[in-house]
Every structure is written in C-alpha cells, then in structure tokens.
Write a protein that binds this ligand. Structure first.
Ligand code: SAH
Length: 430
C-alpha cells in the first residue's frame, strides 16, 4: 500500500535545532515532602495496629474505614458510631486533610471539571473529572510533575517534583467522588472508572500506586470496591514494573503509551524507549494479558506527519498480531497540542486511514474521546497553573526541536518493512 500522508516536502515544523539536545529522564524526586500519615496508606491489618498503638480498640479502624471508603466522608460529626469524647482528635490523627481544592475549571458544557489540588507541602497536582450520562470517569495524577520528558506532553516539560503517597492518590478519588455525587456536574453521578492518565508516570511510583490500586478495588471497609477492569494504569513502558503488576493479582486494565511501532521514532518520542525497546515492551504487555486476562490498551497520539503514516499503522498491526490475536485494543487519539508545541494533530483523513488500516488487519481500534482541551485538561496538557506556563512552552518547543532533526530521518518506510509485515501475518492465534 502506498503511504498517502508522508510527504517529505511538507513539514509542519519550521526551525531546526542542530544541537540535538538529549532529553534527560528523572527518577529522583526534586522535593521530598512526606505527607501526613493517613489511613488510606495502610491495609486493614496495619490500620488495626495503628489504632491499637494509639490506645483504641482495633475495630475502630474498620469503623473509620467504612466512613472513609463507603460514605466517603472525613467529617467526625457524621461518625456517630465513634465515642464522642476524643472523636475529633482521633479522626484528625488518622484522616488528616491531605489536599486543598485551589481552583477548578469547567469545560465541555459543564461535563468536564479540572481541579487543581494543593498538597500539604505546597506541591500542586491536577485531576480531571469527566461526566457521562450515567457515570463519571476520573483521570488522576500519580506524581507531581513527571520525569519521563516526552517532548509532546506538557507535564513532562516541568520535570518531576515528587511522588504522591498512596493516600494522596486515593484522596483525589474520594474528593472527586464527593464532587460527582454532589451533582456539581449536573446530575449526581458515581465515579465508576479511574484512569491514571493525569500527571506523572504511575510505574515510576510503583509502591504507592500499587497500594492506591488496592484501596480502589478491594471491597469495603478495605477500600472502595471498584471493578478492577474499570481502573486503568497508563504507562510509557517501564517493563519491569509491568511484569510485576501482572503478578499482583489485581486485574486492572493496562494502557501502554506506545505512539510509535518502531524504535527509531519511539526513541525520540518516548525517551525511556532508549532503555526498554518496543519489542520488549510489547512482550511485557502481552504477558500482562496472559497473566490477567485483560486486553491491553495501546495508546497512540496521532501527530501530523510524524507517526501517522499508513505504513506505521501496518507495522503496528504486524507487531501486535505476531504476538497473538485479540489481546490488544488500539486507542488512537489526535495530539492535543501543548503550550509551545510545534507539532499538531493528524488530519481527519490521516486519522481515518490509520484506523481503517488497523481494522483491516483485524485490530480492534477506537479513536479516544478528547475531553477538556479548551481548559488544558486533556491528555498531556496537565502542567498545573502555578507552574510558569511560558517556561513550559519554551521547554516544549526546545525539546521538540531537539528531536525533530532525527525524527525527520524516521519518516520514510523502513527498507525491510515487507519482511516485518510478513512476520506479523505469520503471527500465532492467541
Ligand atoms: N505517564 C503515563 C500516564 C500519563 S499521560 C503515560 O504516559 O502513559 C496519559 C496519556 O496521555 C498517555 O497515553 C500519554 O502518552 C498521552 N499524552 C501525553 N501528551 C499528549 C498529548 N499532547 N496529546 C495526546 N495525548 C497525550
């Protein structure tokens, strides 16, 4: 098939940066603000222990947990099953306030709400609540900032401030449940779905994310009792962590932010690809499917004239099919240009061709709904108001220009494409 979209003569990008600045990954936190101790950091046994250490009967832990996870409240006045004497102090000690709602922005006719939260040490994170007719989905943050430095993502430009604690992640959910149930987005709704697609790389904050996942899916009074399949962890592809998660016995949905089926391009789009290559990543994703029975989502931000070529759709299909049938679902999403972005979303025609090509190869594919782009609340746009946005824009532009030179070399079809596609067609049934 002839590629209709790659036209080397037409570039959407103007300036070249010959310096080829290397993007740096960050795994270490700039700030270490240990959040206050909170019940949601602990499992049921640890909660009992804590209460006993504090001189209370252990069963109080379950009572307080039920208020938190079932009634979603931290208000001591509503906890009438606790002795009145010392109730406030007890609740303050185990359910301390972890975050303050600083500001909110509404989009999509009142159906999308982005909230800026300030944590105890002044660090800020954002969450995005999306209302649907009969339910709501929460997009939450796992880190303040992000160390993965993907040049098309605003969060990546400011670097990593710090990891969130399990309770800080869980509390984003509880607060947004309150908001959704209060009817702030029109009718009262339940938050039935959670996606770790806000700020941060969840697999780079593994222990806290694992605990937060437990709180989300374990039944009350242990946790919120959400359906594991409705909780999606999205990752750039930290392979060892994916393999670990596959064995945790928590069949949450895994989303892999692939964005390119070839290492040549992915090395520049997702800097961690220099450590974990596409093949290794897809093997880990396939393993996740085998161990959990959950179909893996492959996220693919379509960037005009960069990764949206038809041959890349064919190559992606081949890479998936050679590892088995029906184990992955592709979610293309038109790029949300971030502040300062020199890259733009693929055209509607290119998007259609990309989707049709995948489907023709038997890959189930749905274009993801973009919410909140007019409030910088869409995927990859969360940078938190307080961060200097001009700086974010400048860094995004620089980061993109730095890799643009090399990316130009990766527009053409690889010479052995036919061979690679044939390998995909030979793929086994899985
Ligand atoms: N670090 C994780 C989770 C956060 S980003 C990850 O990368 O998966 C959530 C999703 O938004 C990812 O699929 C990410 O690649 C995508 N994304 C980032 N920037 C984007 C942009 N500008 N437009 C569209 N999607 C973007």
């Amino acid at each position: 098939m002839k590629n209709q979209h790659a036209n080397p003569g037409v570039r959407q990008v103007r300036p070249r940066n010959e310096s080829g600045r290397e993007l740096t990954l960050t795994f270490h936190e700039k700030r270490r603000g240990k959040p206050p101790r909170h019940l949601a950091d602990l499992d049921r046994g640890e909660r009992r222990e804590l209460l006993e250490q504090m001189g209370h009967p252990g069963f109080r832990a379950d009572q307080i947990s039920a208020h938190y996870f079932t009634h979603r409240t931290i208000d001591p006045d509503r906890m009438t099953d606790l002795p009145e004497n010392g109730r406030e102090e007890l609740v303050a000690a185990v359910l301390p306030p972890l975050m303050e709602r600083v500001s909110s922005q509404v989009a999509d006719g009142g159906k999308t709400l982005k909230v800026l939260w300030k944590l105890h040490d002044g660090v800020v994170v954002e969450s995005v609540l999306m209302a649907y007719p009969d339910r709501a989905t929460l997009c939450l943050s796992s880190q303040a900032g992000c160390g993965m430095a993907c040049p098309f993502c605003a969060t990546g430009q400011a670097g990593l401030s710090r990891n969130l604690s399990a309770a800080e992640i869980v509390e984003q959910l509880r607060r947004n449940m309150e908001i959704a149930e209060s009817g702030e987005l029109g009718a009262p709704r339940r938050v039935t779905n959670v996606v770790f697609m806000g700020m941060g790389e969840p697999m780079a904050n593994y222990p806290a994310v694992r605990e937060a996942l437990r709180r989300m899916i374990e039944p009350a009074p242990e946790g919120f009792g959400m359906s594991a399949r409705n909780v999606t962890v999205s990752t750039v592809g930290l392979v060892p962590a994916i393999k670990k998660l596959a064995l945790e016995g928590m069949p949450v949905t895994l989303a892999v932010s692939l964005h390119a089926p070839d290492d040549g391009l992915r090395d520049d789009l997702i800097p961690i690809n220099s450590r974990y290559k596409v093949g290794e990543l897809l093997d880990a994703a396939r393993l996740y499917f085998v161990k959990t029975g959950r179909r893996v989502s492959i996220e693919y931000a379509l960037i005009k004239d960069m990764n949206d070529h038809q041959w890349r759709a064919q190559l992606l299909a081949a890479e998936l099919n050679r590892r088995g049938r029906g184990w992955a679902h592709v979610n293309p999403i038109p790029l949300n240009p971030t502040p300062g972005s020199i890259w733009t979303a693929s055209t509607a025609a290119a998007t259609r061709t990309f989707v049709d090509t995948l489907r023709a190869e038997g890959i189930s594919t749905t274009v993801r709904d973009t919410r909140g782009s007019d409030i910088d609340g869409a995927c990859g746009q969360l940078a938190a108001e307080v961060v200097d946005r001009d700086n974010v824009a400048r860094r995004a532009k620089k980061a993109q220009e730095a890799v643009e030179v090399r990316i130009m070399e990766h527009r053409a079809e690889p010479k052995d494409l036919a061979q690679q596609l044939a390998a995909g067609r030979r793929g086994t049934d899985g």
